[in-house]
Design a protein around this ligand. Structure first.
Ligand code: CUA
Length: 331
């Protein structure tokens, strides 16, 4: 029974934690490695303690009483055993404490110079990532998609515009709360190019579970190229349909919430859409970024994320199709 439970526990930990795009035991950077190392250290030591304690308990329950149990010699021996067990317990606690301190230092001390600073702003229920360059005109805003240069330390300056959220990319670092009115910091670094999933880790309302983001780690050159591309103003509509879509966008409620740089839409209530067509998903990872999802989302986002601030848009089929064509062209 015990062995079966232990086996199931180990299998569950392995299945949940060891693989995938959102897995603390599949570390892809120095901070996450510290956390994974600490997890396994605690798991191993506590597993051994559990096994030894249970074995002693089983032995004690199964053992028959003997005549010599009350003798002074047995009492002395028991005193020695209890003393030794206490010493081992204290040593174990000291080892666990030191491991925790060592791992904790790795989480708060950035390694290497020339860190990239990115603002992570939490909204109900989406993420805003700001890349702040020298001139404000060069700032890049990338909703729900965090691009990182591989092998470069990154400092995340986290804040919230409404309630408390929590920034968590399990493969790269532990959690950090986003608190309204207070700047919090964390640093992380991704070793290799790849994609990971981040998730809000603090309950922040009915769509908390749909507050995820994608982390795209790129080689440094590719990352710089992405930044350069994101700095450009929005592409002009490439077809008559997309042009009609832009007209509808600018005349309807869309423009009162979103920014599309290079046009008259400049509100920051909702995510910036200047390069929305280049993103992999929409609605904070709730839907893939394709024609069907965009149509569903624009027509009535409340069906996908009830309570979100995106209102239903009673557009005609022609207008809706045109808006989707326009949005898809914003690459
Ligand atoms: Cu934001 Cu949970």
């Amino acid at each position: 029974m015990i062995i079966r439970s232990l086996t199931l526990l180990v299998l569950a930990v392995v299945a949940i934690g060891c693989s995938g795009l959102q897995a603390p035991l599949n570390p892809a950077g120095p901070s996450a490695r510290s956390i994974a190392w600490l997890t396994w250290t605690f798991f191993t030591i506590c597993g051994v303690v559990y096994a030894v304690t249970l074995s002693a308990l089983i032995w004690a329950v199964m053992r028959r009483r003997r005549d010599e149990d009350d003798s002074p010699r047995t009492s002395r021996r028991l005193g020695t055993v209890v003393g030794a067990a206490t010493a081992v317990t204290v040593m174990t606690l000291v080892v666990l404490t030191i491991s925790s301190i060592v791992a904790g230092r790795g989480l708060t001390t950035p390694s290497g110079a020339g860190a990239v600073v990115i603002d992570a702003i939490g909204h109900q229920w989406w993420w805003e990532f700001n890349y702040q360059d020298v001139a404000p005109s060069d700032w890049v805003n990338s909703p729900n998609e965090l691009h990182l240069p591989a092998g470069v330390p990154v400092v995340i300056r986290a804040l919230s515009r409404d309630v408390i959220h929590s920034f968590w990319v399990p493969n790269l670092q532990g959690k950090r709360d986003l608190i309204p009115g207070i700047l919090t910091y964390l640093w992380l670094q991704a070793d290799q190019p790849g994609e990971y999933r981040g998730q809000c880790a603090e309950f922040c309302g009915p769509q908390h579970a749909h507050m995820a983001f994608r982390v795209v780690v790129q080689p440094v050159g590719e990352f710089q190229e992405w930044l350069r591309q994101q700095r450009q103003s929005a592409a002009s509509p490439a077809s008559a349909e997309a042009q009609h879509g832009q007209d509808v966008f600018m005349q309807s409620t869309c423009r009162t919430c979103h920014t599309i740089r290079g046009t008259e839409a400049g509100s920051r209530v909702g995510p910036e859409l200047t390069h929305v067509g280049s993103r992999r998903s929409i609605a904070a990872e709730a839907l893939p970024n394709d024609r069907t999802s965009l149509t569903t989302w624009i027509r009535n986002a409340q069906l996908v994320k009830p309570g979100s601030r995106m209102p239903p848009n009673p557009l005609s089929e022609t207008d809706l199709k045109a808006v989707v064509a326009y949005i898809q062209g914003l690459r």
